[in-house]
Design a protein around this ligand. Sequence first.
Ligand code: SAM
Length: 127
Amino acid sequence: MTKSQKFWNKFAARYAARPLKNVPAYEAMLADVAARLKPTDKVLEIGCGTGGTAIRLAPAVAQWTATDFSIEMVKIAQAKPAGDTVVFKVVDASNTFDGGPFDAICAFNVPHLVDDLPQVLHKSMPT
Ligand SMILES: C[S@@+](CC[C@H](N)C(=O)[O-])C[C@H]1O[C@@H](n2cnc3c(N)ncnc32)[C@H](O)[C@@H]1O
């Protein structure tokens, strides 16, 4: 386990308990993303954290694969009630994602944490 995974595992419960800082901005972001997605889309989310955004957006698409490299984040996400279009998986963004290619890739508050983001996106999008 990397130092960064240890950090996020340790922080997961506290992260889950933090209230949203700006609810209207969050709702506007959800609406903006939803407007870009189609009901037939297969979506990959990188760094899903405790899964709240995935659970809100997944009902609008065919399949939402929400991934995070922190097992503690994913455990919290998996314990939440969710629709049947979302699945949570422990995956480091530096590895290959199963189930691709994806029609859309989302990463909320994460891109600055992922090494070589262009390469990560390239290998998961249709060729
Ligand atoms: C700031 S939190 C954002 C969580 C969620 N997207 C949100 O907006 O609430 C960053 C998340 O990215 C995950 N993360 C960081 N680096 C990652 C990587 N290389 N691969 C997968 N997940 C990563 C962390 O475990 C953490 O859950």
